[in-house]
Design a protein. Sequence first.
Length: 298
Amino acid sequence: MTELPSIRVGPSRSPASGPQEDKLPSSEPSVSDPAEVEATHGPSVFRVENLFFYYGDHLALRDITLDIRPREITSLIGPSGCGKTTFIRCLNRLNDLIPGTRLEGRVEFDGESLYGPDVRAIELRRRIGMVFQKPNPFPKSIYENVALAPRMNRMKGNLDDVVEESLVRAALWDEVKDKLRASAFSLSGGQQQRLCIARAIAVRPEVILMDEPCSALDPVATFRIEELMEDLKNDYTIVIVTHNMQQAARVSDRTAFFTVDTSQGGRTGVMVEIGATSKIFTAPSDQRTEDYITGRFG
């Protein structure tokens, strides 16, 4: 596990100046040059350019541009209401299920438009798995929770082997191998969340999206999930939304900081900067990032 970087405290500011979340950036967000990213890390898994997202007439996200690299953990941090969950749901088109939503801009997955007319959202969500904030096992047995999606997708191979492999990868097999026919609800909260991770990887996705996966868990269960993420990133690209600064610093390779802009009368999420986690937590490029990670606002 990565040690928590020390947080640099910048120049002192007058308390009267208050948080700066309602001001627009003085310059464009700090993002990596795509050619430089590809030369160093290979093709990006996701490339997002000038993304605007609307709930009806409400602009929820404005002009988001970033790349997400393969086999890394990217954390999205920021205050409540800044659009982190909305953004992560843009990456597997779950927002399509909400009436009245609209996306502008470009989102590429493996070099192809995620929102192209020929893209089948169901197939896309098989390739881009999701783990939610609250464990949500199906009201079925432990075995069926993992086996259901591979069976529905008519995946080749022995189903028992798929279930065992998925539970092993989710660090849960040793705890449940003798009670696979028991209800998933008989498991603890942390075990249920690992079961949901096993369910996500059973269909062999390329990406795992995690929306605050540890917020409902105790510290011991949180530690197990973090260890699991470190192991899974050897085979998967992981994007995690978290309010836990220590968690972001421990597990992620890169961190994107989002905040809320209220200058135009509403609350709109904007991305301030993205970079290596060590840099974001020790030498951020934007004062608002430093104010957030040092607890001055948020």
